[in-house]
Design a protein around this ligand. Structure first.
Ligand code: NDP
Length: 331
């Protein structure tokens, strides 16, 4: 289901107190968009630091997160996903106004039941597929942008109307409209891209480099051909604009034949089995979310992975080639 401006009633959000928990990438952009859409009762909850300073410069009067939770009919939970559970338990949960609405911009914490939600609270997702600066710039320039919306809990019976009202006020139902989804779907696809799709693509580039290097080709030539030329970025841009396969028409006939004949014979069985395992056993089972909630473990594991990747031949070659093409880059 796609929702357009005409499906929405902006007066719903205009009549509420909207509290922002967090004034970072998404928080700032969405708060400014709401204000410009005629939402006058906006409360910013943040500790007194640079984010709060930014909020003051933008004309808001930030309060503590606890106070923002107490005042809000609508709570926009816009702090990093990995911090949401702790902040929810320590600062928000005990201060929530009765019959209020929780709005998340990513499905993760709701999909994996990491937040204990009061029975009378509506829960909706308004998840722009865009960085905060893009959400703000496009709103100002009246350009549509993609966004997922969903209703996750609806004790009031009016959660969809509230959700669409917020989406409309941040500019997410313009043009092609906002896409009906769910926290499970949004988080599932997002984590799948992070844990299956992109690692496979990175490993393919790594192995491509290794095979070409073993054949005696120079690392400069390999890396320029693989990505330093920015050709992959251009290919993906054409794929988004004109079609995943149709973009091949911009390649030579030799290239078209090479790509199609190999891809059409690739049965993908091994990759499919691996992807299936990652999606079902690791992501949708909640196993990953449970592990990742242990913030100490998560920080240590991430640091270990960074250390390990430093030794990969493609990473070391990347550094050497950059030293040659941009000798001043470390000064
Ligand atoms: P940011 O990293 O920009 O958030 C920074 C804000 O979070 C600041 O106000 C900061 O305040 C606050 N914050 C950080 N840590 C804590 C903490 N431990 N306790 C209290 N407040 C904290 O987040 P984003 O805007 O990137 O992400 C917010 C949500 O939007 C997430 O759910 C994310 O998945 C989603 N999203 C993000 C997109 C993006 O492109 N960035 C795109 C679409 C969705 P302070 O440090 O002062 O406490």
């Amino acid at each position: 289901k796609i929702y357009h401006d005409e499906d929405t009633d902006i007066t719903i959000v205009q009549s509420k107190v909207v509290s922002f928990i967090g004034y970072g990438n998404q928080g700032r952009a969405q708060a400014l968009n709401l204000r410009d859409s005629g939402v006058n009762n906006i409360v910013i909850g943040n500790i007194d630091d640079d984010y709060a300073k930014q909020a003051r410069e933008d004309g808001f009067s930030p309060v503590s997160i606890e106070e923002a939770a107490r005042q809000g009919d609508i709570l926009m939970l816009l702090i990093p996903d990995e911090d949401q559970q702790t902040v929810w338990n320590e600062k928000i949960r005990g201060n929530i106004k009765p019959n209020s609405t929780l709005v998340v911009a990513s499905g993760y914490n709701v999909a994996f039941n990491l937040l204990t939600i009061p029975d009378d609270m509506d829960v909706v997702m308004v998840a722009p597929r865009m960085i905060g600066a893009g959400v703000r710039d496009r709103y100002v320039q009246h350009i549509p942008y993609p966004c997922f919306v969903s209703v996750e809990k609806d004790p009031s019976g009016t959660a969809l109307a509230t959700c669409l009202s917020i989406a409309s006020a941040i500019g997410a139902t313009r043009g092609n409209g906002a896409v009906g989804s769910s926290c499970r779907e949004e988080a599932g696809i997002d984590l799948f891209a992070e844990q299956a799709l992109w690692p496979e693509i990175m490993a393919i580039f790594r192995e491509g480099f290794n095979v070409l290097r073993e054949a005696g080709f120079s690392e400069e030539a390999i890396l320029f051909d693989m990505y330093l030329s920015k050709e992959p970025a251009e290919i993906f841009e054409r794929a988004a604009d004109e079609g995943f396969v149709k973009q091949l028409k911009y390649h030579s006939r030799t290239s078209q034949y090479g790509q199609l004949s190999t891809m059409n014979r690739h049965d993908g069985k091994d990759i499919r089995e691996k992807f299936h395992h990652i999606l079902h056993d690791n992501i949708l089972s909640g196993k990953f979310a449970e592990k990742w909630s242990n913030t100490k473990w998560a920080a240590e594991e991430l640091a270990k992975e960074w250390k390990e990747v430093e030794n990969a031949p493609i990473v070391q070659a990347d550094e050497r080639v950059r030293d040659v093409i941009k000798p001043d880059r470390k000064k």
